[in-house]
Design a protein around this ligand. Sequence first.
Ligand code: PLP
Length: 340
Amino acid sequence: MQTNRTPLSDRLAVFPRLGLATLPTPLEPMKRLTAHLGGPRLWVKREDATGLGFGGNKLRKLDYVLHEAISSGADTIVSGGVVQSNSQRQVAAVAAKFGLACHLAVYHGRLEPPTPEYKTSGNAFLNRLFGAHLHDVPWTGDRNAAIRALVDDLQAKGHKPYFVPYGVSNALGAVAYATTIAEIEPQAAQSGFAPAAIVHCTGSAGTQAGLVAGAAVAMPATRIVGIDIDAEPARVRADVVAFAQEASDLLDVPFGEASVEVVAGHAGPAYGVPHEATIEAIRLAGQLEALPLDPVYSGKGLAGLIALIRQGRWRKDDNVIFLHTGGAPALFAYQSALGI
Ligand SMILES: Cc1ncc(COP(=O)(O)O)c(C=O)c1O
């Protein structure tokens, strides 16, 4: 029976997973970036190092979501995203690994291709490498409509499709992401600190929702700070609140909206378009820490963190964790636009 004192890891243990990700991911100091910025003490949680198919934050969610798919007898995984979506590349990777067919709705038009290599390199290339069936569809603003239409079509043809939402963001994906907190708590304690904040980029909202739900019970003194990269901070915040509420109910942990902080102003001119601060963050992470950040997500996340540091948000001796959510394959699709 669960009580208020039941540890997060025990609450999570009742949810079945496949074990497809390489976990726990490392928590490492970023000494050179810390020195460059003059504090606070910066750490990186390597969610880019989750393994399969170049890794990233979606594998943690897919660990649970794919278990549900396989248990329900699905033979086909259906999802979607923009041309350079890291999410659909990770879906394609796990489908290949588990011998499932993979159909992806590839949205065109959310952004103008920023480079000649955008449509063929990076994640777009990896989707083909992993054997996914790609269906080109126009972006309408409804992230899940074309994915659902594909599910209906495949069902009508006799397949057993399983719907994976845009960004693998739903209640179960958020529960899955709470496992990151169950890892960070002992890792930080072992390194002798309690983080003042965990900062990361936020978009389809499942990552932040899981962090918020997990932190409520395991790290209540740590602030979760999401940097909006969708240029839609109100929509992102509303989605984080909704998924965090659902995940908190499933985990039986308390939830208050005040724990959801989505920071606007670092998404650049638009989703998928890197600006000067993004490129500065990518350069700093590369040159000081050998960390490959991407121009759509993690680069903007670090740009937001750097801006908050320069605004004096934390004391020099505070410890702040940057969650590196992955995305490096997109670097190659944006290479000629980065000037690096
Ligand atoms: C590299 C990377 N970081 C962060 C995110 C955002 O995570 P979420 O969609 O759970 O908010 C994504 C989502 O696509 C991503 O690909």
